[in-house]
Structures are given as structure tokens and as C-alpha cells.
Design a protein around this ligand. Structure first.
Ligand SMILES: [Zn+2]
Length: 127
């Protein structure tokens, strides 16, 4: 029993994205095509990386529990959590800051992918 309880459940990635209902079908399709069906942890939170401290804790947990190798952060156009400040430059800056935060503070060496999701469903890679 104890051994069963201690068994590790391992997955590849954590995907972090906004709660906004308008984007869920795009995100679901993108995940299916790019990650698979059962290879990821998923965090849905208003603004995605907007509240980085909360996101950071969840990524840490995901790493500890499931040994993820990669974090994928998806911010989107017209995000209510950002309001009028949510232009593309701000989203890109926050996404890059989130990656730097992970690089500096996360005990795990994670690959990080950043995306800006347009209203029409286009995923734009942020580098
Ligand atoms: Zn949003």
C-alpha cells in the first residue's frame, strides 16, 4: 500500500492559460495538436501569468509532483485581467518576466515556451 501511494506520476509539461471562455476551444485544439491528450498539467487562471506568484507556486508543485520538463505560458489578446493595459507589448513583457522568474527561482531546469493568443485563435510564439 505504501509503495503504491509513493508511486510517481510523471508528465511532460504544465500549460498555463487564462480562464476566458472565448479561448478555450483554441487552447484545447492547440494542446491536442502540440502536446497530446494526457501529457500535461493544466492551470487556468485569470490573466495567465498576470499573477506570477500564484502561477510560480503551481509550477513548483507541478514540478515536485509530476517532474515536468517544460512550462508553457499562454497570454491572450483582449484580456480582462489586464484591462486597457493589455496590449501586445505588455503581454510579451510579462511573459518574458515570467520566464526569467522561473529561470532564477525554480529549482528545476525547465524549458519555457511563451505564446500570445490572438482573438482569432492564432498562437504567436513570443521569444
Ligand atoms: Zn484573459
Amino acid at each position: 500500500m505504501g509503495e503504491l501511494m509513493a508511486e510517481k506520476h510523471i508528465t511532460d509539461a504544465i500549460v498555463v492559460h487564462c480562464i476566458d471562455f472565448r479561448f478555450q476551444k483554441y487552447i484545447n485544439n492547440w494542446i491536442s495538436e502540440n502536446i497530446g491528450e494526457e501529457n500535461y498539467d493544466r492551470l487556468s487562471i485569470a490573466g495567465s501569468v498576470f499573477d506570477f506568484e500564484t502561477v510560480f507556486k503551481q509550477v513548483q508543485l507541478s514540478g515536485r509532483l509530476h517532474e515536468i520538463k517544460k512550462a508553457i505560458f499562454i497570454n491572450h489578446e483582449d484580456c480582462g485581467a489586464y484591462g486597457t493595459e493589455g496590449n501586445k507589448e505588455r503581454h510579451a513583457a510579462d511573459l518574458c518576466a515570467a520566464r526569467e522568474g522561473l529561470d532564477e527561482r525554480c529549482a528545476r531546469d525547465l524549458a519555457v515556451e511563451l505564446y500570445y493568443l490572438h482573438l482569432d485563435g492564432e498562437f504567436e510564439r513570443v521569444s
